[in-house]
Design a protein around this ligand. Structure first.
Ligand SMILES: Nc1ncnc2c1ncn2[C@@H]1O[C@H](COP(=O)(O)OP(=O)(O)OP(=O)(O)O)[C@@H](O)[C@H]1O
Length: 296
């Protein structure tokens, strides 16, 4: 059984088509990033999975159930963009209050530890910094040991250090066989913390695969080396090469197949190749190419 199945799901807000016929399945035990620019439809998709927003068309299954049923069974934990914490309650009281609502919660101390809150357990929620409050929201999301954890831009209020710690905690949670879906604008976060990236733009899926596959699909790779005074004739005919740039004796080859390009460069030419470098296309380029509206 899949963790999530969306079948031709759409959601309109009046004139605005926020989600446009999304169909996708997510296996259990995976960590999936929903990546897309502002207004792509990420939050709407997440809110539909949680039963907070009704689709205009299509069908949604979460762990084999409707979203409402999955929530009722305590199978989904969520960390949303907004959410006020009750300021008078301490961190420990809040986390314990929420975990008791679930049928099989994690032990309180384990939740506090997994969210790096042990030292802050006695602090009132009203006295927390933005990043600390986000850690409490994470603790509330995992308290019930949900099989599916859904995070909507979880690191939005965090500095670099807190982000790093947050993703370590998230990976620790997902390593126990649980499924995680998170929305982000940040390419690096998607790349580093997920094993599948679904890129959405204007309510549709525009790419779906590992970060490496998405990079390869859009930009290919870049092979660079120093040519010096040697002739560049024939470089554009090497296998896989789609473009050749030469600047001050340095060559940049764009290629769809870097292994074949480099093998032919060494075996099929008599060039003396120095300072060889092979890099993947930038994920940033791939993301921009995928999410820009097509030229009218
Ligand atoms: N309650 C609402 N009423 C009207 N329009 C809405 C509502 N919620 C979202 N929208 C519109 O639907 C589209 C998708 O919004 P959504 O919040 O799902 O995108 P997103 O990818 O989560 O964006 P962000 O990264 O900015 O959070 C946008 O055009 C947005 O303006």
């Amino acid at each position: 059984m899949n963790a999530i199945t969306l079948s031709a799901v759409s959601k309109s807000y009046g004139e605005v088509l926020a989600v446009d016929g999304l169909s996708l399945t997510m296996e259990r035990g995976r960590t999936v990033a929903l990546l897309g620019p502002n207004g792509a439809g990420k939050s709407t998709t997440i809110n539909m999975l949680l039963g907070l927003v009704r689709p205009t068309a299509g069908d949604i299954r979460v762990l084999g159930h409707t979203p409402d049923e999955a929530v009722r069974r305590g199978e989904i934990g969520a960390m949303l963009q907004e959410g006020t914490l009750i300021p008078e309650m301490t961190v420990r009281e809040l986390v314990d209050f929420i975990r008791r609502l679930y049928p099989e919660p994690l032990p309180l101390d384990e939740v506090l530890q997994m969210a790096d809150l042990t030292a802050l357990a006695g602090r009132r929620a009203g006295k927390l910094s933005g990043g600390q409050a986000q850690r409490v929201r994470f603790a509330l999301a995992i308290a019930g040991a949900p099989a599916l954890l859904v995070l909507d831009e979880p690191t939005a209020a965090m500095d670099v250090e807190s982000r790093r710690a947050f993703w370590a905690n998230m990976r620790n949670y997902s390593a126990q066989g649980r499924t995680v879906l998170f929305a982000t604008h940040y390419l690096e976060e998607a790349d580093e913390n997920s094993d599948r990236v679904i890129v959405v733009a204007r309510g549709k899926v525009v790419a779906d695969g590992t970060a490496a596959e998405i990079k390869a699909g859009v930009g290919g790779s870049v092979v660079g080396f120093s040519l010096g005074e040697q002739s560049s004739a024939g470089l554009d005919a090497l296998p896989g090469v789609t473009a050749v740039e030469i600047l001050a004796g340095s060559v940049t080859l764009r290629t769809a197949d870097p292994d074949a390009t480099v093998a032919a460069l060494y075996r099929g030419t008599s060039l003396e190749v120095r300072d060889l470098q092979i890099n993947g296309a930038d994920l940033e380029d791939a993301f921009l190419a995928l999410t820009q509206p097509a030229e009218a």
